[in-house]
Design a binder for this molecule. Structure first.
Ligand code: GN1
Length: 401
């Protein structure tokens, strides 16, 4: 099955040891369908996604010179047509907003569009049933392994805030739910319970008992956002769904936030899943897959700057309940991702790509360390949120709350 191919095995330009020739050949065939007549000079692996296979394609001549070609993981995204429709709705909306306020701090490169094919058919299904699509490559932009300076952390937050602010007037009902159940945390708990009952053996590995114990102690946390939504405190908005550090792009020269990429999970959802995930991911300076588990922690300085940057863009769209739920959301998102990794370990590593046996178990332990660090600093994180709320209210003149 094609999903066993690892993008990391693919050499730039299709040459060299470890080249995954099958992927390159399939990519060439897809490109010929999507951009007939355009020759590719190289295919290079792009990004560090755990789900899709992503290639940066350089074309021999003409414009654009570089495009992103992706083979979607059909086990995760069984209805790719919905994703393509969402991408177009989002790109059109962002382009219209940017045209209305060209000087508002947003970069035109944030509009990532489906390319190739003809309208309505901007994808290609290969003979094996895999789904390929082409999208805009965001030029002169880089992603960061870590947020090493306060400015970088602020920009990361501003990037997500911009996305939320500019989509605040896009009716979420215009977007399809590309991945039902995604980021509905109680569902992950139900799936976990089922896997544990079926027990395929992954629950006796070193570290697995710790995971089970942590999950047992946090069961009540899973419902925190859905319950708030049930009480009418939160309502669906347009969310990105995966605003981890690797999906934020910064201008190569100025370091300003340029775009949020990996838009397959854009859908109607609760904003706090985004904000919690961004804080969780960016706030851990050693990343989601560090060499040393003991180095994992939530960094308050990054959290403060990131939230500050976020609020400069999106603060005016937040209610009192939104602010109150920021700390629970950061805590939840570290827990949720740990639960998802551990569940995939129990299932036999079916969902997230892995580099070695036990990889998903290790990733789960990383998130649970992060969870512990977040909980140990609850008072400090709540104080950062309160300070951000005051600052934002002062700026918008909203002092009643
Ligand atoms: C997956 O595709 P990628 O690697 O950006 C996952 C996210 C997780 C992330 C953890 C559709 O994202 O939810 O937070 O791995 N995406 C999906 O690294 O499940």
């Amino acid at each position: 099955m094609n999903y066993e191919l690892r993008i990391a095995d693919v050499g730039a330009g299709g040459a060299g040891v470890g080249v995954n020739r099958e992927l390159i050949a399939a990519a060439r065939a897809a490109l010929a369908q999507l951009l007939p007549g355009r020759e590719a000079t190289s295919f290079e692996p792009l990004g560090s996604g755990h789900i899709n296979d992503t290639l940066l394609v350089t074309l021999a001549a003409g414009a654009p010179r570089q495009v992103v070609l992706q083979r979607l993981n059909r086990a995760v995204f069984p209805e790719p047509e919905k994703i393509m429709a969402n991408l177009t709705v989002l790109a059109d909306h962002l382009a219209a907003r940017l045209a209305k306020e060209p000087l508002a701090g947003a970069d035109p490169r944030m509009v990532v569009r489906p390319l190739g094919g003809s309208a309505g058919h901007r994808y290609f299904r290969d003979p094996g049933g895999d789904f390929w699509r082409l999208i805009t490559y965001v030029e002169d932009a880089v992603h960061r392994e870590a947020l090493a300076t306060p400015e970088a952390a602020r920009e990361a937050g501003r990037g997500l805030g911009l996305f939320h602010r500019l989509t605040a007037d896009l009716d979420p009902a215009r977007l399809a739910d590309t991945l039902p159940g995604f980021h509905v945390a109680p569902g992950y708990l139900t799936a976990y319970d089922r896997l544990l009952a079926e027990s395929k053996g992954g629950d006796d590995w070193p570290g697995a008992a710790d995971c089970r114990q942590i999950i047992a102690a946090h069961r009540e946390l899973a419902g925190v956002l859905e319950e708030a939504a049930g009480r009418g405190l939160l309502s669906p908005r347009v969310i990105h769904g995966d605003p981890r550090l690797a999906n934020l792009l910064f201008d190569r020269e100025s370091g300003r936030a340029v775009a949020l990429v990996d838009l397959d999970t854009v859908k109607p959802g609760l904003l706090h899943y985004d904000l919690g995930d961004c804080l969780r991911s960016c706030g851990n300076p050693v990343g989601d897959d560090p060499a040393d588990l003991n180095a994992v922690r939530f960094d308050l300085e990054i959290g403060r700057e990131l939230l500050g940057g976020y609020l400069t863009e999106a603060g005016s769209t937040l209610s009192q309940a939104d602010y109150d739920l920021i700390y629970p959301a950061v805590r939840l998102l570290a827990f949720e991702l740990g639960l998802r990794f551990f569940s995939d370990h129990l299932a036999g590593d079916l969902y997230f790509k892995t580099a070695r046996p036990g990889h998903n178990l290790y990733r789960a332990l990383v998130q649970f360390r992060l969870l512990a660090s977040i909980e140990a600093q609850e008072g400090e994180i709540r104080a950062i949120v309160a300070a951000g709320e005051n600052m934002s209210n002062r700026k918008t003149g909203n002092n009643e709350q």
